[in-house]
Design a protein around this ligand. Structure first.
Ligand code: AMP
Length: 284
């Protein structure tokens, strides 16, 4: 059964009746196979899955696409229903507040700032973005009180922010990071891909192809990092790259001397659409 709840109070009451294990998948809606992969894993793991669809104004900058962000609730509910059909005995509660005040009723509400990660890489280009993400996820965690919560590694820095928040604030929630779902040509699925023209969709392939190529250069060896960094230097002469970097996969530090795992992180911009991607690998 899929139940739609729009009010925070109603959700809190429904949650209080729940006895079994509960999973939580926070999203901004306009669902695609990436979101559905999180839902499937949550349904496999838990008795009840809470699935939020909320376009959170706090994580958008003043010049970003908050107003235009695609809102497709009816279609999203259909996708959730057809996914749930494969999991008999399970249920999904969709939390889709109709306005931001439902989640943030007062204007002086608290902000969660995860200082280790909030103003580097993506956070440097999008001031306050990760504070907005951490704050809404914290609030939703308080409302839903899940045992487990599912996040896509597509937003790798976001995943680290949430893990750090849960650790620092001793929240009893297991954070599960899920692999990036891609088109067969390598393009990572994203709600923002629909902003791209057909030509831009072709151009966008440069992103995953470049990451794959650099990952191949590194090939699990620290000794290859210098060569990979040189390769990156010449790639960055194309100014459509907002950034393309190799960082420690756990701390996001630039210093890789003691790293056992690295992440490539990148944003490639086509017109006003910023496309995010990343890849991790062990190194020795
Ligand atoms: P969003 O609706 O963009 O806020 O995303 C909601 C959740 O879905 C986040 O945890 C994202 O990381 C995850 N997600 C988005 N795109 C993908 C993808 N292509 N593969 C896996 N997870 C994704």
């Amino acid at each position: 059964m899929v139940k739609l709840i729009k009010s925070t109070q109603e959700l809190i009451s429904a949650r209080a009746q729940e006895k079994g294990s509960t999973g939580f998948v926070p999203t901004m809606g306009n669902l695609h196979a990436g979101h559905i992969s999180l839902l499937e894993r949550a349904l496999a793991d838990c008795d009840v899955v809470y699935f939020s669809i909320f376009v959170n104004p706090k994580q958008f900058g003043p010049t970003e696409d908050f107003k235009e962000y695609p809102r497709t609730l009816e279609r999203d509910l259909e996708l959730i229903k057809s996914c749930l059909n494969k999991y008999s005995g399970k249920s999904v509660i969709v939390f889709a507040p109709e306005n931001p005040e439902e989640v943030f009723p007062s204007s002086d509400d608290q902000t969660i700032v995860v200082t280790n990660f909030n103003n580097i890489i993506e956070g440097k280009l999008r001031p306050n973005h990760f504070d907005g993400v951490a704050t809404v996820v914290f609030k939703l965690f308080q409302i839903v009180k899940p045992h487990k919560a599912y996040f896509g590694l597509k937003d790798y820095q976001q995943y680290l922010v949430i893990r750090q928040m849960v650790k620092e604030l001793a929240m009893p929630i297991e954070i599960i990071g899920m692999p990036i779902i891609r088109e067969s040509n390598g393009l990572a699925l994203s709600s923002r891909n629909q902003y791209l023209s057909e030509n831009q969709k072709e151009e966008a392939l440069i992103l995953s192809r470049t990451l794959t190529k650099i990952a191949q250069t590194i090939a699990g060896k620290k000794a290859n990092l210098l060569k990979a960094k040189k390769e990156i230097e010449s790639i960055l002469s194309d100014t459509r790259w907002n950034y393309l970097e190799i960082r420690d996969a756990y701390s996001l530090s630039e210093d890789l001397t003691n790293s056992s795992r690295i992440t490539l992180v990148a944003v490639f911009q086509l017109g006003s659409t910023r496309l995010l991607d990343n890849m991790q690998q062990e190194i020795e």
